[in-house]
Design a binder for this molecule. Structure first.
Ligand SMILES: NC(=O)c1ccc[n+]([C@@H]2O[C@H](COP(=O)([O-])OP(=O)(O)OC[C@H]3O[C@@H](n4cnc5c(N)ncnc54)[C@H](O)[C@@H]3O)[C@@H](O)[C@H]2O)c1
Ligand SMILES: [Zn+2]
Length: 346
C-alpha cells in the first residue's frame, strides 16, 4: 500500500534588494529588530527614524562570531515567545553577517518559519551574507554547520552604515567583492581596478554589481548543487588559514584574500591564468591592505586540513580555480602533487 502526497508546486520566493538610503517604512505587525550592542549604539537611532511598526521590539545578542551559537538563538526565540510573536510577525536583522545569519536561522525555525528582512551594516554582509538565503550558526564542530536555506523577504542595503566601519572590516568586504568579479565578471574587475572605492558613489556602484552577480548565481543554483560553489573561490585555502590561525589572526575576508592568491597560483600551474593576471589581483588586494602572503609551516598538514572543510568529502577536495579573470573552474581532480608544489612555493 502506498499513500502519495502530491507536493509539486512552484513557490515564488523572489525578493528585492534595495541599495539606497533607507526609506521610511511602517509595518502593520509585530517586528523585532535583532542586533548587537555595537551596531545599536552606532545606528539604532537612525534605523528607528526610518522604521516603525504596530509593535516594535529590540532584541540584542552579544557581538562577535563566538556568540553565533545556540545560546544566542535561544535568547532570540525565547524573547519572541515572550512577546507572543506569531506567523504574521517579522524579524529584522540589523548588523553584520553574524546577526544576519542568526536572525535568518531563528526566523526559519520559529513556529516553522516567519518572515524576515535583512538590513546589513558591514560591507561583507551587504555584498555577500545578506543575499542568497544561507542562514545558520556555529557549534563546537565548526562554523555554519547548523542552518537552513531560508530567503529573506527583502534586503535593504544602506551604504551610509559603512561610514563607521573600521578599515580592516572594509577590506574584508572588498575581498568578497573582488571574488565575485574574478569568478564571474571581467568588466567588473576592470572597474574595481580603476575605481576609487573610498568615494561613496563609486562604492555604491561596486556594491550593486557584486549583489547583482551574487543574485544571478543564487537564482540559478539556490541550494549550491553546482555553480554557486564558485563563490567559494579563495575559501578552500582560506578556511585552512583560518583554522591554522585559530580564527584570530585574520578576518574571514583577509584569509580569503590569501586564499585567492593561492588559487591563482594553482591556476597558473594549470595553464588557466597568466602571471600578469595574478599580479593584477595582488595589486588590487595590496591597495586595500589585504594580506597576500602567508607562512605555511607544514604543507602536508595544510593539505590534510582541506578535508575538514564541509565542502570536501572524505577523499576529494573541491577547488575553485579561476579560468582567467572573469571565469572559473570547479574541480575536484587536481593532483595532490600540484597543490603541494603551489603551497611549497608560496
Ligand atoms: N550567509 C552567507 O551567505 C554568508 C556569506 C558570507 C559570510 N557569512 C557569515 O557572515 C559572518 C561575517 O560577517 P561580518 O564580516 O559582517 O562580521 P560581523 O557580523 O561579526 O561584523 C563585524 C564587526 O563589525 C561590527 N559592525 C557591524 N556593522 C558595523 C558598522 N556599520 N560600523 C561599525 N562596526 C560595525 C559588528 O558588530 C562586528 O563587531 C560570518 O559569521 C560568516 O559565516 C555568511
Ligand atoms: Zn566568505
Amino acid at each position: 500500500m502506498q499513500v502519495n502526497i502530491p507536493l509539486i508546486k512552484t513557490i515564488d520566493n523572489s525578493y528585492n534588494i534595495t541599495i539606497d538610503t533607507l526609506e521610511e517604512k511602517y509595518f502593520d505587525t509585530k517586528v523585532a529588530i535583532i542586533t548587537n550592542p555595537k551596531v545599536a549604539g552606532l545606528h539604532l537611532g537612525y534605523l528607528l527614524s526610518k522604521i516603525s511598526a504596530k509593535e516594535l521590539y529590540i532584541i540584542t545578542v552579544p557581538d562577535g562570531e563566538e556568540y553565533k551559537n545556540q545560546d544566542s538563538i535561544n535568547l532570540i526565540l525565547e524573547s519572541l515567545f515572550n512577546h507572543r510573536f506569531n506567523r504574521k510577525s517579522m524579524l529584522l536583522a540589523f548588523g553584520g553577517g553574524v546577526i544576519g545569519d542568526m536572525t535568518g536561522y531563528a526566523a526559519s525555525i520559529y513556529q516553522r518559519g516567519i518572515d524576515f528582512i535583512q538590513v546589513p551594516t558591514t560591507l561583507l554582509s551587504q555584498v555577500d551574507a545578506s543575499v542568497g538565503g544561507k542562514t545558520g550558526m556555529n557549534n563546537s564542530y565548526g562554523k555554519n554547520l547548523i542552518g537552513a536555506f531560508y530567503q529573506p523577504k527583502a534586503v535593504l542595503i544602506d551604504p551610509y552604515f559603512l561610514t563607521t566601519l573600521p578599515s580592516r572590516e572594509f577590506g574584508a568586504g572588498l575581498a568578497e567583492i573582488v571574488k565575485m568579479a574574478i569568478t564571474f565578471n571581467k568588466v567588473f574587475f576592470e572597474f574595481l581596478e580603476n575605481a576609487d572605492l573610498k568615494n561613496a558613489e563609486v562604492l555604491q556602484e561596486a556594491i550593486k554589481q557584486a549583489v547583482q552577480t551574487k543574485a544571478d548565481v543564487v537564482a540559478e543554483d539556490e541550494k549550491e548543487h553546482g555553480i554557486r560553489a564558485a563563490l567559494n573561490y579563495g575559501h578552500t585555502f582560506g578556511h585552512v588559514i583560518e583554522n591554522e590561525t585559530k580564527y584570530r589572526r585574520y578576518l574571514h575576508g583577509e584569509a580569503v584574500a590569501i586564499g585567492m592568491v593561492m588559487a591563482n597560483n594553482t591556476a597558473v600551474k594549470m595553464g588557466l591564468m597568466s602571471e600578469e593576471e595574478v599580479k593584477r589581483v595582488k595589486t588590487f588586494l595590496e591597495k586595500y591592505n589585504l594580506p597576500i602572503n602567508y607562512n605555511i609551516a607544514d604543507t602536508e598538514q595544510f593539505y590534510e586540513t582541506f578535508f575538514l572543510d564541509k565542502k570536501s568529502s572524505d577523499t576529494t577536495i573541491t577547488f575553485i580555480i579561476p579560468n582567467g579573470i572573469g571565469d572559473v573552474k570547479i574541480t575536484d581532480e587536481i593532483d595532490k602533487e600540484l597543490v603541494l608544489s603551489v603551497l611549497e612555493e608560496f
